[in-house]
Design a protein around this ligand. Structure first.
Ligand SMILES: Cc1cc2nc3c(=O)[nH]c(=O)nc-3n(C[C@H](O)[C@H](O)[C@H](O)COP(=O)(O)OP(=O)(O)OC[C@H]3O[C@@H](n4cnc5c(N)ncnc54)[C@H](O)[C@@H]3O)c2cc1C
Length: 285
């Protein structure tokens, strides 16, 4: 199918992009790598009247050390993020998860910002930045604001981005000294997660001092497995103790039933994968 007719602009600066988007009202959309939006356009499931292409905005691309955090520009591709030294050194969970996303062709075009703004419950990066307690940076007609993941992902394929707002970057606190693991269950390689688990843990004296766990595809938005986190905190860093903590992983979730898995099976996966992810993150033997 061929997409509906739309106006196309490719601004040279972020200010220009914000103006172009705001002047298009509710019917304007930005396009980044196009890996999710292009299929929707071709199937006429999205029919914007104006497309604002962020491809010319070098200022939204790349990774910077900003002291306590790493700032990843929204237009940084998965490929670039997966190879970046700063990300690998300070928030390796992103490096690990990026390698599981789609295939090399998609990773060369798809962007960190696009994957977050698209807010697919099966997308990997939303849970990853939730576990890393990152901050999303947004620019709109009334200036810049910062949003925590819990306030950004509001529903299935929906965020709290206002009309005219562009996600410009994600700031990820350095997790030096933390262990991490992204466990993703899919039936075929290079496919979407049936369930994914992003875990980070800090270990002290053979115990888990602190842990954060976020779940992919266990509801319409990424979900912190807070009961499992609470049970893991203070627990011995052993596979058995962390499997016991992970038994709480599906509490407070509402996983979908679909052609690929029933909700109960997803709950089972969340518990098993959380046990594995916590054990790996905590360096359990
Ligand atoms: C075959 C295939 C397999 C895939 N497998 C996976 C997978 O395993 N895991 C996974 O996580 N993803 C997967 N994806 C999705 C992929 O990660 C997409 O790249 C990503 O979802 C969108 O990024 P993009 O840059 O291409 O965004 P686009 O397609 O350009 O945009 C997507 C949406 O986000 C909006 N948007 C984009 N950038 C911004 C911004 N900076 N500010 C505001 N809004 C913005 C657009 O308006 C649009 O609504 C797969 C895609 C394909 C085609």
């Amino acid at each position: 199918m061929i997409s509906s007719k739309f106006d196309y602009v490719r601004p040279d600066s972020l200010d220009e992009a914000v103006r172009a988007l705001a002047s298009g009202g509710d019917d304007a959309k930005v396009i980044a790598g196009g890996q999710s939006l292009m299929p929707l356009l071709r199937m006429r499931l999205a029919n914007p009247e104006k497309l604002v292409d962020l491809g010319g905005l070098g200022e939204l691309r790349g990774v910077r050390d900003i002291g306590p955090a790493i700032e990843i520009g929204a237009m940084t591709t998965y490929y670039e993020a997966g190879r970046d030294y700063l990300i690998r050194q300070h928030c390796g969970l992103i490096t690990q998860a990026t390698a599981t996303i789609a295939d090399p062709a998609v990773r060369h075009r798809g962007t960190i910002g696009g994957g977050l703004a698209h807010a697919d419950p099966a997308g990997d990066m939303p849970a990853v930045i939730t576990a890393l307690d990152a901050t999303l940076v947004v620019r709109g007609p009334s200036g810049e604001r910062e949003i925590k993941p819990a306030d950004f992902f509001s529903d299935y394929l929906t965020t709290t981005l206002e009309p005219g707002e562009i996600l410009t970057a994600v700031r990820v606190p350095k997790h030096d000294g933390w262990g991490y693991r992204y466990e993703k269950f899919n039936v075929t390689a290079q496919a979407w997660a049936i369930v994914g688990v992003a875990a980070v843990a800090r270990r002290a004296d053979g115990h888990v001092a602190e842990a954060r766990v976020a779940l992919t595809n266990m509801g319409s938005v990424p979900i912190r497995a807070r009961a499992a986190e609470a049970a893991a905190a203070g627990a011995e860093a052993s596979a058995a103790a962390l499997a016991a903590a992970a038994a709480h992983a599906d509490e407070g979730t509402s996983p979908p039933s679909d052609l690929r898995a029933a909700a109960d099976y997803r709950r089972h996966l969340a518990r098993v994968l959380t046990g594995r992810a916590l054990a790996a993150a905590a360096g359990a033997s």
